[in-house]
Ligand binder design. Sequence first.
Ligand SMILES: [Ca+2]
Ligand SMILES: [Ca+2]
Ligand SMILES: [Ca+2]
Length: 669
Amino acid sequence: MSGVDFIRTPVSLTDVNKPIFYDIKSNYVDVIPDEGILDSLNDLVSKENQASKNTIKEYSGIEKQIDGIQTKVVSELSKLDGESSNERTSSQVTYNLYKIYKENKLEIASLEKSINEEIIKITGEESTNNEINEDNNADAESSERTIESSEESTDSTENSKSIEESSDSEVKDPNTETRQLESSTDESRKARTSSSSDSTKQDNVSDDNSIKKDTRSLNKNLSDVEVKKYEKLIQLQNKLEKLSQLEGIIKEERMDHKVSEGVYSINADIVHTKGITGKDVKVAVLDLSFDLSNEKIADNIADTKSFRGGSSGLWTQQHHGGTNGLEHGTAVAEIITDVAPDADLYLYEMDTDVEFVAAVDEAIANEVDVIAMAAGWPNLPTDGTSHITKKVEEAISHGITFVVPSGNFAEKHWEGKFVDSNLNAWHEFDEYDEGMSISVSKSQVLAQQPIMVYLNWNNPLKDVTDFDLILLDPTGNIVDYSANIQKVQSDRSFESIHFVPQMEGLYAIGISYAGNQLDGDLTAANIPRDTILEVFSVNNVVEYPIAKSSVVVPADARGAIVVGAVNSQNGKTESFSSQGPTNHGKLAPDVVGPDGVTTLAYNGDLFYGTSATTPYVAGLATLMLQGNQDASPVDVLEQMKTNTVKTTTEASNDIGYGMIDASFLANKN
Ligand SMILES: [Ca+2]
Ligand SMILES: [Ca+2]
Ligand SMILES: [Ca+2]
C-alpha cells in the first residue's frame, strides 16, 4: 500500500520549544538484520560450502547439490503432466518453481563459482572459462552451432535424447532427470511463442556440442584425467546454467497466465463459470496512476479522471522500482478485473487528502457501487476523527461498498504509554533503552528512500501535552527532529520526520516530553500517564514493533471493508499485515485476501502487501453486487464475513473473519 503523506509539518531549527537532552543511548541493540549483515553471513556460508566442496572427490559433492535442486524442480514440473493438470496447477507449479529458485539462488551462484574455479585450476586460464560462459549465454552463437553440428535433430524430443545419450557416456548416473527437466519444460512452454520454443531447443543441444568444441579448443597438454575432469565440469556447468535460467523461464510462464493466482485462492474462477462476472457493476479505483493501455483493464474502463495537482514524487511504500505509482494503480485495477472480468472501472488518480476527497465526490456523483483504495494515512490516528475517515463513511452512507487495506505496518509500528523511570523526559522503549532502532540499508541510501516517522498521541483527559520526535544517525548525532508546539487544545498532537539518510546503519527514534502547557508544568515528573503514543515508521521496521492496533486510516471508518494479507501460496498471515483494533476499538481487519501474486503491471514480479489483497476483496464485492446492486455495504460485508474460509471460530484482529471465498456465489444458484 502506498503511504500517502499529505500533512507534512515543516520542521525548522528555530522551532525548538525545549532543549534537546543528548542522553539517548548510542549502544542500540541490533535486532534488525539489515541487508549488509545478511550479505556477509551468506558470504561466510558460501565460503564454507565451497571449502568443503573442493575436498570432495571428482566433484560428486557439487553434482549432488545440483541434482538435489534439479530433483525438486522436476518433481514440481511432473505435476503439470497429470490428468487433473489445469491453469490452477500450472499457477501453483510456477510459484513453487520460483520459490525453489529463490531458495537456492545463493547455492547456485556459489556452485557456479566453485565450478569456474575448478576449471581454472585445470586449464590455468580464466579466458577458457569466460569463453564457455559466453557460449552458454549467447543465444545467437549457440544457435549457429546447433544448426552446424546437429542438423539431424530439429525436434526437441530428439534433442533431449541426445543429451541423455551424452550424459550416459559421460556420467555414471544417466541423467534422466535432466532429460525430464528439459522435456517437461518444453511441455509447459508449448503455449508460448515459436521463438521461445526455438531458444529452448537451442539450449537443449548446446550442452553436448559446447563440451566437444571447448575440449577440442583446449589445445593444452592436459592428461586424460584432467580432460575427463574438465568435461565433467563443463557438463555440470551446463546443468547449472539451466537452473540459473529458471527465474526467467518461470517469469515468462507466469506472464502466460490469464489471471493472477489469487483468483484461484478465492475460487472466483468457479463463480465465473456460473455467469457471475461483475457485469454492470461500477467500481471506482482510487490510486496514484494507471496504465490505461494495460490489456486486462483497457476494455473495462468506463471513466478516468485525474485529480492530481502535480507529481509529488512521493515514494509508495511497496513500490517495485517505479516512482510514479503507475504499476501500483494498474496492478490494483488489474486484480479487480481478474476477479470481476466484466466490471466497469472508474479510474481516479489522486495523491493528497484534498484530491482524495474530490475523487470520492466524483465516485458518489457517478453512483459507483464499489470504491477500492489500496492506500492509507499512517500520519492520522485511527480514532474515527480524521476527515479521510469521515469521507469514507460519507461514501458508505450513499450505499457504496468501500474497500480499504489494513496497512503493512505490523512491524513498523509502536504504540504505548510514555515511560520515564529515570525522569529525564525521554521515553524508554525498553529498560534503559531510549532509542528505538531502525536499520537503514545501503540500498535505501542509494535509492534515497527517506526515513519517514510519524508520532501521534491522544489526550484522554482533555489536557494539552507536548511531545517531540527525534532522529539519531548511526554515530549518535541528532540529524532530524520534529518539535511542534502543542499549547492549546486545537494544536494537533502530531510530529513527523522525513529524512533522507546519507549513511547506512542503525538509526534511532526518540520521543521526548516537552511538558504540559496548560499547567505550565514542564517537569518530567508531571508526565501524563494516560496518554497513548503511537509511532509509524513508514519505510523501516522498528526495533520494538507492536502489531496490535497498527491499522491505518481509513481502517477506522465504520462500515468500510478492511482487508489484511495472507500469502496466497503458503496460507500464512503476512508478518507485515496491520492488525486491529483501531484506536477507537473497532475490529480490523474484517477479512483477509491473498497476496504474492502475478500481474502484468508488475511484469511478472510478485505483488505483495495489503495493496494486493484489497482489490481481491473489492472484486468479490463486485461479483456479489451483480444483479443485486441494491444490497447495502453492510449486507455485502456481512455476507462476505459469513462465507470466509474459517480458521478460527471468532474474529480476530490479525485476520478478522478469515480468508475470503467466492464459492458461495456459485453454490447459490
Ligand atoms: Ca527516560
Ligand atoms: Ca511537540
Ligand atoms: Ca493504533
